[in-house]
Design a binder for this molecule. Structure first.
Ligand code: ADP
Ligand code: CA
Length: 421
């Protein structure tokens, strides 16, 4: 219940997001007052001036001034960002209002793939060799100078959009032209792309919380489907990881080294790390929680871990507690294995129907099947696309069983597409 002295959280939400409900829900459970800040004025704003505000997300310094003006009438105790873009704004607001958060420079560095590579390489964190290539460069010439296999990618996009592997100079040139076209559409101000050595190996996602610069890892998700390219659309995430304990320790140490090198101090992180015979390699670290709806795969249960009073916490609840400096009963994930499948785009076309959702949901261990694409939607496969059809969640005793359940549920789904004109 809200009381006059309830702490107030400023929640930064881009207009399009899956995450709103989970955060609002968690805040309500915690008795925290929430002000949602977004980029576009809402018609409800006048009716609820304490609950909704509009900030200039494109200009973090300006957004911080707007937050200061708002805080004169409504005391703000914490700020939370939900994605890459708002992470920098949250840092600027935290700095301005003296709240828990990351230094702006660190949040900015995490957001810029080239800057991130520079800082990590300088700090001795294992990263692939990299080079920044202007979009105005001659691709034939760059292709002759590259080593193979390599990966070309935009330095500013996310969700593997525009990330392409090239094994030959001809593939390099094709990838370069393709990324240039993607950038013209998605980020016209962007003038360069990154060319990197391809790092072979198993890939995991690392989820954790940074406090005073120290990273506590609460989950390492295996990505059991090979991510060898040429495109890198994600599918299954399963935790706990089946990698050897020493590999997991190397992965956690690599993520901590990256946090330190970037200068991140407070808040959730999501990192992609690859592991091979030469150890752990940092592919990317973001100063935000796991994306999309996938946070549903994480649950913290103090009953099972024997700490606290026996409650279940969501990731959103932990993030809010941390931002407001409220006690966090546990950072230990529940004892069960858990997994999520991001439903891949079956091909280009217009989605007419998804069949078999009930059958998929009835597969043992499946907790939910959430189709987020809607009939009539034009589906865009990777590397141009970046939106999955939906998500399948499963929990069970072992990671093997969870992975098998996700595959069985996916196999029950049937996607009816029509050719796009
Ligand atoms: P995004 O921000 O779009 O997620 P990433 O840099 O994280 O971009 O790349 C997306 C995916 O592409 C990674 O999770 C990984 O599977 C693959 N990838 C990117 N760079 C490399 C690399 N240098 N070597 C191997 N795989 C890579
Ligand atoms: Ca990534």
């Amino acid at each position: 219940m809200l009381r006059p002295d309830s702490p107030r959280l400023l929640l930064l939400l881009p207009t399009v997001t899956y995450r709103t409900v989970a955060f609002i829900e968690a805040a309500r459970r915690l008795g925290v007052a929430v002000t949602v800040a977004s980029e576009r004025p809402s018609t409800f704003e006048r009716a609820n001036p304490a609950g909704l505000v509009t900030f200039d997300f494109a200009d973090p310094a300006h957004a911080a001034e707007q937050a200061r003006a708002f805080a004169r009438t409504h005391l703000v105790h914490g700020v939370v960002a939900v994605d890459d873009d708002t992470a920098v704004v949250a840092a600027a607001i935290a700095e301005e209002l003296g709240l828990r958060g990351n230094p702006v420079a660190a949040a900015r560095a995490a957001r810029d793939k080239h800057r991130q590579r520079q800082l990590l390489a300088a700090a001795g964190v294992a990263v692939p060799r990299f080079e920044l290539l202007p979009t105005a460069a001659d691709p034939e010439r760059a292709a002759r100078g590259a080593s193979y296999p390599c990966v070309l990618k935009p330095s500013c996009l996310s969700a593997s959009r525009g990330v392409i592997r090239a094994d030959t100079p001809a593939e390099f040139v094709a990838a370069f032209e393709r990324i240039k076209r993607i950038l013209e559409q998605a980020a016209p101000a962007s003038r360069s792309l990154l060319v990197e050595e391809f790092v072979p190996g198993r890939e995991v996602a690392v989820e954790g919380l940074v406090s005073k610069g120290a990273l506590q890892v609460f989950a390492i998700f295996d990505k059991p489907d090979p991510l060898d390219g040429p495109f890198f659309e994600e599918t299954i995430y399963v935790t706990p990881s089946r990698l050897a304990r020493t590999a997991q320790q190397e992965i956690a140490a690599c993520a901590q080294a990256a946090v330190t090198a970037l200068g991140l101090r407070e808040g959730p992180i999501h990192a992609e790390v690859r592991h091979n015979h030469r150890g752990a390699w940092l592919i990317e670290l973001a100063a935000r929680p796991i994306g999309g709806r996938c946070s549903g795969a994480l649950r913290f249960d103090t009953r099972e871990t024997g700490k606290g009073k026996g409650e279940t916490l969501s990731l959103e609840e932990i993030i809010i507690r941390h931002a407001l400096d409220m006690p966090i009963p546990t950072l230990e994930r529940e004892a069960q294995a858990s997994g999520v499948m991001m439903i891949p785009v079956p091909g280009p076309g217009v989605l007419r129907d998804v069949r078999g959702v009930n059958a998929a949901g009835a597969v043992p261990l499946i907790e939910s099947v959430e189709i987020t694409a809607h009939p009539g939607q034009t589906l865009v496969p990777w590397p141009e696309g970046s939106r999955y059809l939906g998500f399948i969640f499963a929990r069970g005793e072992t990671s093997e069983a969870v992975e098998a359940a996700l595959r069985a549920a996916h196999a029950s789904l049937e996607f009816l597409l029509e050719a796009a004109d």
